[in-house]
Design a protein around this ligand. Structure first.
Ligand code: ZN
Length: 357
């Protein structure tokens, strides 16, 4: 009897846990059907455009349109990425040409899936595409290096469909100083970078501060007439790395009615080995920012295909795992709706409202 009782208790608690988990999974399914859901950063485009390329150091195959269907994810920001390279006139010319070529190639790639995938050019598009039962692609440039030093290139990329620009990547460029590898070249935004932010405001493009130095973050917060975002940045107080956001930065982004996309990669999340991490580590960052600035300013920016993923949250088909963890922690439906897309839509609309016709 002494041995049987603990076994019985174990059985009962396991079955209660199982029932709870089944209820949580069912609830997550139903929420994903109703709420608009977006992941604000992935790096799939580079692999989609160059399937045979092998010189990438990060895990790939974490993003695909079928995975978005399987996971119940309505939209994602697909970055046209270019690593920081030379700054000579010739190098800048090549960077602009590369950007144009990559956007064009990726749009051609997306066309192959036009029966259920569409490129969104506005906040209204994002919601309409979901209502039609399809998946939405929002295009971004990851690294304003691809603008070269010609301000007319901002409009040129807008006309190609880009709606969000991440101002830099690893290393300073002609627009601003970076969080990583910076020589503090400009002390924040360069004079050209100031023009770029103003031009993005004029066109209704979203200014993305992920990868930016703290000086650049504050310059953009001061200069931009529209809300700004950090599409994929974590919490500095959880992991003290240059590209994670400090409390004062997050408070200022929120005060400007902006958006912070919390990431899903070990390099943002924790000092623990990757194999010890779970989706709970991702939601720890979400909890922290929600408690600091409120539910209206948070979202998810996975960085899938850019090095992200933890055990149990390996790719885009697993996005409901985040919702399930939020439900386990007692998040309300309204908080989950805000996190998954209502916040980003609000910010995108506010940026569009600043557009000058
Ligand atoms: Zn990035």
């Amino acid at each position: 009897m002494k041995k049987i009782l603990p076994l019985v208790l174990l059985f009962i608690s396991a079955s209660v846990f199982g029932q709870n988990e089944a209820a949580i999974a069912a609830k997550a399914d139903s929420l994903h059907k109703v709420f608009f859901t977006i992941d604000t950063h992935n790096d799939y485009a580079i692999y989609a455009c160059h399937p045979d390329a092998e010189d990438y150091s990060v895990e790939k195959g974490q993003v695909s349109f079928p995975m978005m269907v399987e996971g119940g994810l309505d939209a994602s920001v697909f970055a046209i990425y270019m690593g920081q390279a030379g700054r000579s006139e010739d190098s800048l010319k090549l960077a602009v040409e590369y950007g144009v070529r990559e956007v064009t190639l990726f749009k051609e790639f997306v066309k192959q899936f036009s029966d259920y995938v569409e490129i969104a050019y506005s906040a209204d598009d994002l919601l309409r595409i979901k209502s039609e039962g399809k998946k939405a692609v929002l295009l971004s440039l990851e690294n304003a290096y691809m603008l070269g030093k010609d301000i007319s290139n901002v409009q040129m990329f807008y006309d190609l469909g880009i709606r969000l620009i991440t101002l830099c990547h690893f290393g300073d460029n002609d627009v601003c100083d970076s969080a990583n590898g910076s020589k503090d070249e400009w002390g924040g935004l360069s004079p050209f970078g100031e023009q770029v932010v103003k031009e993005m405001n004029r066109l209704g493009m979203i200014v993305d501060l992920s990868h930016c130095s703290r000086t650049t973050v504050y310059d953009c917060l001061k200069l931009s007439t529209a809300p700004v975002v950090a599409s994929h940045s974590g919490v500095y107080n959880y992991k003290a790395i240059p590209r994670n956001l400090t409390d004062p930065e997050m408070l200022k982004i929120a005060a400007k009615d902006g958006y912070i996309g919390l990431p899903a990669g070990r390099y943002f999340l924790s000092h623990k080995p990757k194999k010890e991490l779970t989706v709970a580590n991702i939601v720890d960052h979400v909890d922290y920012v929600k408690n600091l600035v409120g539910k209206e300013y948070i979202g998810l920016g996975t960085d899938f295909d850019g090095g992200a993923g933890v055990p149990g949250f390996e790719n885009m088909s697993k996005v409901k795992e985040v919702t399930k963890e939020m439900l386990r922690r007692g998040y309300t439906d309204e908080e989950i709706e805000c996190f998954w897309g209502k916040n980003f839509i609000r910010v995108f609309r506010a940026v569009e409202a600043k557009k000058e016709n």
